[in-house]
Ligand binder design. Sequence first.
Ligand code: ADP
Length: 166
Amino acid sequence: MPELLMVRGDITRRPVDAVVNAANSSLLGGGGVDGAIHRAAGPDLLHACRLLHGCKTGSAKATPGFRLPAKWIFHTVGPVWRGGNNGEPELLASCYRSCLDLAREHGAKSIAFPAISTGIYGYPKDQAAELAINTCRENAADIERVEFVCFDADTAEMYERLLVRG
Ligand code: ADP
């Protein structure tokens, strides 16, 4: 079983094999964590992303980490919250699973996730945290360390509580 842990702070600084980006479907950069990752990784990241020709909601695509400490960046596109009856949970679970699949493919043993979809995309933070933890518990058997990187205090508190509860 992997070690699942909450880490408070900026995902661009995490010394892990792979960092996950909550991107939009163009993969050409945006605000929030996406903007932070592009700024920290440098302009080569945008060149690499252009070659990927976008990404579907629920899927993920890999690039190198460029100037990040991480070797890889897995770009995934979370669902926009539209009330919860439009496949949002399935699509969000698929984001986490797709990134864990990429980790396996690239031999990444440690991976750091942001709270996908819970910023601009409006997914309720508590529901997203529970789904993220459960999906990683069930699908990360061969990964050593899964970090949930929390930028704000209430997200951090939610993950802390859910991870302790087990
Ligand atoms: P989305 O469009 O998928 O909702 P956002 O980037 O708007 O993505 O937000 C996703 C989450 O990432 C939010 O909880 C936000 O607070 C968080 N976030 C923003 N910047 C960073 C960062 N540098 N490191 C980690 N998490 C971040």
